[in-house]
Design a protein around this ligand. Structure first.
Ligand SMILES: [Zn+2]
Length: 224
């Protein structure tokens, strides 16, 4: 509803958090000037932006801790094109089709505190895009979203507060569990998270999903 958006913009103006221009929380110019992430050593992880770039750091903080949910939509769009790009190759080379989209979960306690899971918000926007974007395949079904497979029964220390790679791994090991494993059998999985640093969280999620029968797993994050 462009008209409603115009009115809302007058009442509650939205400005780019980087350059201040009116219109979007992060404008297209600032996004295009954001440096790309250096690739993780793990070939199956695809981060988009360099986390050290201050506007990205700020945007991710606002999305995660300050309820700026609109940013999920902006990031989902970027991730969506990246997924399409990677899938065009993977679907031919590795038969990577009918993937399940899985957000890295929060524990129930943290979910209650925060009120939402930022990775899940990005996934929901990705589903919306897959149904509406003009670049989507005609069937419209590149992936389905499941947030009832990978769960986090155990609360862990924030990974961001731990600076040592080995300690991060130790912190996250055993913290995930799988529900409804029958849904996973021989399925291709796309994991989504906001940030990856050492890849410990994504690796742990991959490990347990594989144990329960998933086929191929790739991951996309906003930043590294
Ligand atoms: Zn801007």
């Amino acid at each position: 509803m462009p008209f409603l958006n115009t009115i809302l913009n007058i009442i509650f103006p939205v400005n780019c958090l980087s350059c201040g221009k009116a219109g979007e929380d992060l404008c297209i110019v600032c996004l295009s000037e954001t440096p790309s992430a250096e690739r993780e050593t793990a070939k199956w992880i695809f981060p988009i932006y360099d986390y050290r770039h201050p506007p990205i750091k700020k945007a991710l903080w606002l999305l995660k801790y300050n309820g700026k949910k609109r940013l999920a939509k902006i990031f989902a769009e970027i991730i969506y094109y990246k997924i399409l790009e990677e899938l065009s190759e993977l679907s031919i080379m590795e038969n990577f089709n009918d993937a399940i989209l899985i957000p890295i979960p929060l524990s129930a306690k943290r979910y209650r505190e925060r009120g939402y899971n930022q990775a899940e918000l990005i996934c929901k926007e990705l589903i919306h895009l897959s149904k509406t974007n003009h670049l989507s395949p005609p069937s419209g079904e590149i992936f389905t979203l499941r947030n009832d497979i990978l769960i986090k029964p155990k609360e862990t220390e924030h990974q961001a507060r731990i600076h040592n790679r080995a300690e991060r791994l130790k912190n996250i090991i055993g913290s995930f569990a799988v529900k409804n494993p029958e849904l996973l059998q021989r399925k291709n999985i796309i994991l989504i998270d906001d940030i990856t640093t050492t890849g410990a969280t994504l690796s742990e999620a991959k490990k347990i999903l594989k144990q329960y029968g998933a086929r191929k797993i790739i991951a996309f994050t906003v930043a590294h």
